[in-house]
Design a protein around this ligand. Structure first.
Ligand code: GLN
Length: 527
C-alpha cells in the first residue's frame, strides 16, 4: 500500500471504515509529516497533538461501538485560522485576536465531526483574510511548497500549502474575493468557492459579509466533492444560508463534459491592454492580442497590472483542447464589466470590513491596549492590534461610506456589481461554464508586493467577478510553468451549478493528472 499521505481522503475513509488502519494511525502519520516538514512551510499556526489524537480516538471508538461511520471517517481536515473551534485559538492571523479562544464550534466544524472527520489544527492566513500572499499574517508568511522563495497565495495560503505538500488531505479556507481559488492556483491543488449561501458562515469570522464564502481544498476533484457535500446545507443560524439539499457531486467528477457548453473568457476583455512586463502600464491598446505570446489582463482600479503570462495562456489553451477532446463545446466568451470588478470589489469589501471590524475595540473583542479614557484605549488597541493592510482597508472602507462620498464610491461599486450580475446571467443563457485562468501569473516571490498594495490586489483580477456575483467557482490544477510553478484554471457556473464545475474539474484532472506532492515533501522511503 502507498503511504497514507499519498492516498486520497476518500480512500483513507474507506480504509478506516474497513479497519485496514485506525483513525489514530492516520492522524499520527499526518502529525509526523507536519513535524517533519512544516518548519520551512509554516502552514500551521496551531496544532495540538493530544487534542487531535483525542478526536481521532473518538472516531475509532464509534467504529468499535459498531456505529456506521461517515463519509470522511478518520480524515484529517485543517481549518484556516478564521474558523471557530471551541476552546482553540482563532487568531485570524492578527495580533488583535492572539489571545482569543473560540467559545463555540463553527457550523462547518460540527458538520466535519458529524461526518467523522478529524479537525486537524489551524492554518496561517493574511490578517482577517485581507491579502493575496499570506505575508500579511501577524505570525510571519507561509512559503510555497513548490519554491520556498515564493508566496503560497492568500489569504488561505496556509491551507493551500498544507494540502499541496501532503501535510493534510483536506483543508478549509474562506473566499471573499479569491482567497481559496488564488492560493489553490499558486500551490497546484483544487480549491472551490461554492455558491454564496451554500455553506453556513456561522463561526467564520466576518470580513465582508456579502462576499464571504466558506471554501475547501483537496488534491483530487472527487475528494473535494466529498468534502463540499459534508460542509453544505441550510443553517437556521446563518440568515444568508440557502436551505436546498446539496446534491452528491461525487458522481459528477467522472461524468465527463459531453455537451457541456464552455465559454473561454477573452482575457483582453478583463481590462485595457497592458505592457508585457506586468509591472505597470498606461493601457495602450496597440499591443492587443497574443502575437508576443503574452495576453495582457488589467485592473482598471490601478495602473498596476499583471499580464497573463505565456505559460498561463498556454495552459488555458491546453485546457480548451482537452475539454474539446472530451466532448464539450468550446467558444470564446466576453464578460462586459469584468474590468471594473476589482475596483468595485475593493470598495465593497473594504466598506463591509470597516463595519465588521468595528467590534475590535478592546472591550467587545481584541487584546486591549490601555489609554487614559475609552477613546484612547480603543485607538491604541486598534493602532497596535491591526496590521498595515487591515488599517488601510478600514480607512478606505470608512471613506467609501462617508457622507458626501457614499454615492460616488460605494453606490457606484454596488451599481457595477449589479451590472456584472446581469452580464453573468446573460452569459449563462448561452454557455454553462465560463473558463479563464485563475490568476494572470504563477506564484510571485516573497517580499515583492507588500510595499505595493495595488500590485498585490492585481492578483485577484480574475477571481473577483465571480465573488461579486456570488457564483460558484473552482480553481483546477493545469500543469506548471518552466520554473516548475503550478498554474490554475478557473471555472465559474451559475448559482447552484457546482455540478458543472466538478464535471469540468474531473475532465481536466484526467487530462493533466492528479497533482503530485512536490519533491521536498516526499518522504524518504522506509522511514
Ligand atoms: N485577496 C483579496 C483581498 O485581499 C481577497 C481576499 C479574500 O478572498 N479573503 O481582499
Amino acid at each position: 500500500m502507498k503511504p497514507l499521505h499519498q492516498l486520497g481522503a476518500r480512500r483513507i475513509a474507506v480504509g478506516v471504515r474497513a479497519r485496514e488502519f485506525s483513525a489514530r494511525d492516520v492522524t499520527l502519520a499526518f502529525l509526523a509529516r507536519v513535524r517533519q516538514f512544516d518548519g520551512t512551510l509554516r502552514a500551521f499556526v496551531d496544532l495540538d497533538d493530544e487534542r487531535t489524537l483525542a478526536a481521532a480516538d473518538q472516531v475509532d471508538q464509534r467504529l468499535a461501538e459498531g456505529r456506521q461511520l461517515g463519509p470522511l471517517a478518520g480524515v484529517p481536515v485543517a481549518l484556516k485560522d478564521n474558523f471557530c473551534q471551541r476552546g482553540l485559538p482563532t487568531t485570524c492571523g492578527s495580533r488583535m485576536l492572539a489571545a482569543w479562544h473560540a467559545p463555540y464550534d463553527a457550523d462547518v466544524v460540527e458538520r466535519l465531526v458529524a461526518a467523522d472527520a478529524v479537525p486537524f489544527g489551524k492554518t496561517n492566513m493574511d490578517e482577517f483574510g485581507m491579502g493575496s500572499s499570506t505575508e500579511w499574517s501577524a505570525f510571519g508568511p507561509t512559503t510555497n511548497p513548490w519554491d520556498a522563495t515564493r508566496v503560497p497565495g492568500g489569504s488561505s495560503g496556509g491551507s493551500a500549502a498544507a494540502v499541496a505538500a501532503g501535510l493534510v488531505p483536506l483543508a478549509l479556507g474562506s473566499d471573499t474575493g479569491g482567497s481559496v481559488r488564488q492560493p489553490a492556483a499558486f500551490c497546484g491543488v483544487f480549491g472551490i468557492a461554492p455558491s454564496y449561501g451554500r455553506v453556513s458562515r456561522r463561526g467564520l469570522v466576518a470580513f465582508a459579509s456579502s462576499l464571504d464564502r466558506v471554501g475547501a481544498f483537496a488534491r483530487q476533484a472527487d475528494d473535494l466533492a466529498a468534502l463540499l457535500r459534508v460542509l453544505s446545507g441550510g443553517d437556521a443560524r446563518d440568515a444568508t444560508s440557502v436551505h436546498d439539499a446539496p446534491p452528491d457531486w461525487r458522481d459528477d467528477v467522472p461524468a465527463g463534459v459531453r455537451e457541456v457548453r464552455i465559454g473561454v473568457l477573452s482575457i483582453a476583455d478583463v481590462g485595457t491592454v497592458g505592457s508585457s512586463t506586468g509591472s505597470s502600464s498606461t493601457g495602450s491598446s496597440s499591443t492587443s492580442g497574443s502575437s508576443t505570446g503574452v495576453v495582457p489582463a488589467a485592473a482598471t482600479v490601478t495602473e498596476k497590472r499583471d499580464c497573463v503570462e505565456t505559460a498561463v495562456a498556454d495552459a488555458l489553451a491546453a485546457s480548451r483542447a482537452a475539454l474539446t477532446q472530451a466532448g464539450a463545446t468550446l467558444r470564446d466568451a466576453v464578460l462586459p464589466g469584468a474590468a471594473d470588478a476589482l475596483a468595485a470589489y475593493h470598495l465593497i469589501a473594504a466598506a463591509e470590513a470597516a463595519s465588521n471590524l468595528a467590534r475590535y475595540d478592546g472591550v467587545r473583542y481584541g487584546t486591549r491596549v490601555a489609554g487614559v479614557n475609552a477613546e484612547t484605549s480603543a485607538r491604541n488597541t486598534r493602532g497596535e492590534g491591526f496590521g498595515p493592510e487591515v488599517q488601510r482597508r478600514i480607512v478606505l472602507g470608512t471613506m467609501a461610506l462617508s457622507a458626501g462620498r457614499r454615492d460616488a464610491l460605494h453606490g457606484r461599486a454596488e451599481a457595477t456589481r449589479q451590472r456584472l450580475r446581469t452580464a453573468f446571467a446573460e452569459l449563462f443563457e448561452n454557455v454553462d461554464v465560463l473558463l479563464s485562468p485563475t490568476t494572470p501569473t504563477t506564484a510571485f516571490a516573497l517580499g515583492t508586493r507588500t510595499s505595493d498594495p495595488l500590485r498585490m490586489y492585481a492578483a485577484d483580477v480574475l477571481t473577483t467577478p465571480a465573488s461579486l456575483a456570488g457564483l460558484p467557482a473552482i480553481s483546477i490544477p493545469a500543469g506548471h510553468d518552466e520554473a516548475g510553478l503550478p498554474i490554475g484554471i478557473q471555472a465559474v457556473a451559475a448559482v447552484g451549478r457546482e455540478d458543472l464545475l466538478f464535471r469540468v474539474a474531473g475532465a481536466l484532472e484526467r487530462a493533466f493528472g492528479t497533482p503530485a506532492i512536490p519533491t521536498p515533501f516526499i518522504e524518504a522511503v522506509a522511514s
